[in-house]
Design a protein around this ligand. Sequence first.
Ligand code: NAX
Length: 326
Amino acid sequence: MKAPVRVAVTGAAGQIGYSLLFRIASGEMLGKDQPVILQLLDLPQAQTAVKGVMMELEDCAFPLLAGMVATDDPNVAFKDAQVAILVGARPRSKGMERKDLLEANGAIFTVQGKALNDHADRKVKVLVVGNPANTNAYIAMKSAPDLNPRQFTAMLRLDHNRALSQIAAKAGKPVAAIRQLAVWGNHSPTMYADYRFATIDGQNVKSLINDEAWNRDVFLPTVGKRGAAIIEARGLSSAASAANAAIDHIHDWWHGTNGEWVTMGIPSDGSYGIPEGLMYGFPVVCENGDYKIVQGLAIDEFSRERMTLTQNELEEERAAILPLLG
Ligand code: NAX
């Protein structure tokens, strides 16, 4: 039997947590032969609810669940964590300005970044889901100077998966047949889902669909505003699909993608002219527990415009939280 992997999850009592924890414990994220210890962080007032989730986890009798810890202290939750999924965040309340939201989350993610820096396993893989995900990941990364910035990532995978499913429906092909999709930028309506390089059974998706108006007027707005459409229909924000994307993201980072492209929000290395350090969605391939940006893609005028728009939004967010980083 392998040694258990310590997986920290924040916001454990929330709705994404409820869809996420059972799948991690059943082995869907790290493998059916990989025991896990769950280290659950939530606010003091949510501890009773976390206990309830733990009771249900116990009642599943998952063979791979080797232990659980519940705490309201990030220093305890991140102790020796090899994977940290940061879901808990401050939601936007009524009348709250964007700047206030960024600042409230800045306070959370500076503390959590420092706790990761001081207590997590030196190779911890961090995924930030809580919104604004890219900027929260940037703050955590900057608050953890002893860890490699590449260990911090933001979740763009839900946007990637949403785009895959829209393309599959339009092309009338199975989702699993689509290769080489890219999503650029911020996890927000400005993200740019780019299927110019995508293929289905070796055929180029762009020529298969051959409908620029659909791309511009239907596909991009549908993917960009999908979160809002789900809130409108369900009365609650996406949870199961977000948890699923988090599982996909960590699964692929951990196990590799065998050359397939996936999208991760990662600190830019300057590729494609995106300023170094900005936490930006890129197409990547994963191998040996690491990721590499797909290089050499031609960027046409329309794509550059979209990539710059989402870059500008991220730079504005970064400027707003910079004072918090001291
Ligand atoms: P919920 O409100 O159901 O749960 C959030 C949980 O986080 C609560 O239990 C709360 O007590 C806890 N929490 C708040 N502050 C915390 C802190 N400082 N430390 C630890 N726990 C804390 O929200 P849920 O629907 O689970 O969504 C969580 C976050 O994911 C939100 O920020 C949401 O905007 C974001 N999302 C991100 C997505 C992405 O693709 N990156 C998609 C889905 C989702 O909207």
